[in-house]
Design a protein around this ligand. Sequence first.
Ligand code: TXA
Ligand code: MG
Length: 313
Amino acid sequence: MTKPRILTADEAGIGEAAARIAAGGLVAFATETVYGLGADATNAEAVARIYEAKGRPNFNPLIVHVASLADAKRLAEFDETAERLATAFWPGPLTLVLPLKPDAGIASIVTAGQNTIALRVPDSPTARALIRRASCPVAAPSANPSGKISPSRAEHVVEGLGSSIDAVLDGGPCAVGLESTIIATRPRATLLRPGGLPLEALETALGAPLDAAKGADAPVAPGQLASHYAPHARLRLNATQAETGEVLIGFGAVDAPLNLSKSGDLVEAAARLFDCLHALDAMDAQRAAVSPIPETGLGLAINDRLRRAAAPR
Ligand code: TXA
Ligand code: MG
C-alpha cells in the first residue's frame, strides 16, 4: 500500500497538487472549513473515484469549489439574493445551491443529475491558488471515509483515506473545522445545512429571517427523493436481455445501445450512470432494462440509485 504524497502548501506543492487534479487524480486539500477530497468537476470518472475512496453509499451531490464569484457565474444562475450573499460572504464558509447553467460542463455525477449546483469559494489562499492552477472547478466533499468524522488536519486525511488518494496538500489545521453553511436561494432563501457561517450573519445580510431549518443535513435529501433520479422510462433491473420495446442499458460485454461500462468497471459505470439515464429521456424511451450490477464497491451506490429510479411512482 503506497501512502498518499504529502505536499507542502508552497509554489511547488500547489503546482503538483493542481497537476494531479488536472490529470484526473484525487487530491485532498485544506480549506478553512475542513479538508476536502478534490477532483476535476468536469471529469466524471475522477469524481466517481471520490465516491469509491470515501466508500460513500449514495451519490449525494457534491459541492463544487471555485476561485472567484466570476468563475461561479460561469456555472450557475445568480439571482439578487445569491449575488448579495456571495458578495457578502465569499470567500468563506457559505455554500449556495443555485440553478445549474446547462452549458457549464459539470459532470452529471457531481450534481447527481439534478439541475442545481452547490458552489463555494473557500477562504483559503492555498485552496484558491490550487483551483486556479488546476484550471477547472473542483468537486470536493469532506475528505473522510463515509460516516466518519470530518478531517481538520492533513493527518486525519491520511489516517482515514490512506492509499486510496493521490496526495494531500497540507495547509495545516483548518480555521473553521466545521463544514460550510448551505443555503438554497430559490424559491426563497432556505437553510439546508447549518455550518461554519452563523445564521445571524446571513439574516443580517438578507435583512430577513431564513426559512426554517429542518435540522442538520435534513433537506439536503434531494438525493433521497426518487423522482430526482427517475427517467421518464420505466426501468426493469437485473435484466439479462431487453424485451420488445425496451432499451437495454448494459454493463459488461453485452450488445446494448447504452452501456455503463463495456469492460465491467464500476468506477466507469458510476461516472456514466446519470448520463445514461439522461440519454433515455433524450431517446424518449418508454421502457428500459438494466443489466445486473454487482453489489460490491461502487455497485452499492449504483444499485441504490437504480432502485430509486425504478421505484413505483
Ligand atoms: O465545508 C464544506 O462544505 C466541505 C468543504 C470541503 O468545502 N465540504 C462538504 O461537502 O462538507 P460534503 O459533500 O460533505 O457535503 C455536501 C452537502 C451534502 O449534504 C449534499 O447533499 C449537499 O451538500 N449538496 C450538494 N449539492 C447540492 C444540491 N445541488 N442541492 C442540495 N444539496 C446539495
Ligand atoms: Mg461530509
